[in-house]
Design a protein around this ligand. Structure first.
Ligand code: SF4
Length: 349
C-alpha cells in the first residue's frame, strides 16, 4: 500500500466512526449498505454551502426541501417565493441560478441531475467545485473536491508554504494524489469533516488526527501557520440612504430589485445609490425623518453604511419607485439581511 493509500484509508476509517450528521448526507454505514444520496439534496446543499457555514445552511435546507421536495417542485415555484425563502442566506445570485438550474434539469434532463462532472458543468450556477462535489458525493465519481477545509488539510499534510491563492494548483494536485477510486464520495466528505473538526484553522488537534503519521507540517511544527495567505487589500466603505415608508393604511413601500447586481431579484426598501457621496433622492416628497441609527453591513467587496429615513406617505402619493405592500402580506423574513437591519432601526424609533 502506498503512503497516499494509507492516508486515504485512515481517513475513511475515521469518517466511518466520526462523520458529521447533516440532513442532506447519507451516513457512511447506510452508504456502504447501498443507500445512495439524493442528487437534488446534494446539489441544493452544495449551492447553499458556497461561502456559507453548515450551521447557517441547515435550517434553510430543511425549509426548502419541506416546501419543494423535488427538483421539479422547485422548478415550478414562483421566483418571489424562492427568493423570499432564500432571504438572509446572502449571495443572492445563487438563488437566481438555483431556480434556473432547477428549470433546466426539470425540462431538459427529465428531472434527473447528470451523473458526471462535464455535464454538471453545463448547468447554470454550477462551477468546478460544485460539479466535482456533486459528481463525487451523489454519484461516487473519483473527482477531486477542494474547498477551504481541504486546502488547509493539504497545505499541512504536505507542508506547503506557498501562499493562497497562488498555492491552489499545487494543493489541488496533492488532493488528487490522495483521492481514492474506492468510496470517493465518502472520502471527499471525510477530508472536509477533518478540516472542519480536527484540522481547525488556528488550533489543529493533531493528537486526535487519523492522518498525523502522514503529516509533514505536524513533524515540522508549522501546522498552525498553514495555509499562508497573500494579505488582502482593505475593503472600501460606501455610503447610502435607505427610505422606509408607509402609506395612510399602513402598507409598506417596497421594491423588487433588478435581477442583475447586488441583492438582485430580492425585495427591499428603496435606497439611494451607494457611493462616497450618495444623492438624497427619496421616492416621494415628504417630511422625511432622519433616524438616529445607521445600518452597517459588509458585502464581499465593500462595507456599507446606510443612513435611515422614514416617512408616512401623503394620501395622493405616487412614488417614483416600488409599490405599497399590504401589512398582511409583508414578512420581514422575506428581506435580505441588510434590509432587515433597516427595518429593525425603523421599528425601534
Ligand atoms: Fe492537520 Fe494536525 Fe492532522 Fe496534520 S496532523 S492533518 S496539521 S490535524
Amino acid at each position: 500500500m502506498t503512503n497516499a493509500q494509507k492516508a486515504s484509508t485512515a481517513l475513511l476509517d475515521w469518517y466511518d466512526d466520526n462523520a458529521r450528521v447533516m440532513p442532506w448526507r447519507v451516513p457512511p454505514a447506510d452508504r456502504i449498505a447501498g443507500q445512495r444520496p439524493d442528487p437534488y439534496a446534494v446539489w441544493l446543499s452544495e449551492v447553499m454551502l458556497q461561502q456559507t457555514t453548515v450551521a447557517a445552511v441547515t435550517g434553510y435546507f430543511i425549509r426548502f426541501t419541506a416546501r419543494w421536495p423535488t427538483v421539479q417542485a422547485l422548478a415550478a415555484a414562483p421566483d418571489g417565493a424562492v427568493m423570499g425563502e432564500w432571504a438572509g442566506l446572502g449571495y443572492y445570485a445563487r438563488a437566481r441560478n438555483l431556480l434556473k438550474c432547477a428549470r433546466v434539469v426539470s425540462e431538459n434532463h427529465d428531472g434527473k441531475f447528470p451523473d458526471n462532472y462535464d455535464d454538471l458543468m453545463e448547468l447554470p450556477g454550477i462551477g468546478p467545485y460544485t460539479a466535482a462535489a456533486i459528481a463525487a458525493i451523489a454519484f461516487d465519481q473519483p473527482e477531486v473536491v477542494v474547498d477551504g477545509n481541504v486546502e488547509r488539510v493539504m497545505a499541512r499534510l504536505f507542508d506547503i508554504s506557498i501562499p493562497l491563492p497562488t498555492a491552489k494548483p499545487a494543493l489541488k494536485a496533492k488532493a488528487a494524489s490522495l483521492t481514492p477510486k474506492h468510496r470517493p464520495g465518502d472520502y471527499a466528505q471525510a477530508v472536509m469533516d477533518l478540516g472542519a473538526t480536527i484540522c481547525a484553522v488556528r488550533t489543529p488537534a493533531c493528537g486526535l488526527c487519523p492522518v498525523s503519521d502522514h503529516c509533514d507540517a505536524r513533524r515540522a511544527g508549522t501546522a498552525p501557520d498553514l495555509p499562508k495567505r497573500t494579505p488582502k487589500k482593505p475593503k472600501p466603505t460606501r455610503r447610502g440612504i435607505i427610505y422606509l415608508a408607509q402609506n395612510q393604511t399602513g402598507e409598506w413601500l417596497l421594491e423588487r430589485r433588478p435581477d442583475k447586481g447586488l441583492l438582485g431579484g430580492m425585495l427591499g426598501w428603496p435606497t439611494s445609490d451607494w457611493t462616497d457621496a450618495p444623492r438624497d433622492e427619496p421616492p416621494f416628497a415628504a417630511d422625511w425623518k432622519i433616524e438616529s441609527g445607521e445600518v452597517r453591513h459588509t458585502f464581499t467587496h465593500f462595507h456599507l453604511i446606510l443612513s435611515v429615513r422614514t416617512a408616512i406617505a401623503p394620501a395622493d402619493c405616487t412614488p417614483s419607485t416600488g409599490f405599497f405592500l399590504p401589512k398582511t402580506v409583508f414578512r420581514p423574513s422575506d428581506l435580505p439581511t441588510v434590509m432587515r437591519k433597516a427595518f429593525v432601526i425603523c421599528r425601534a424609533s
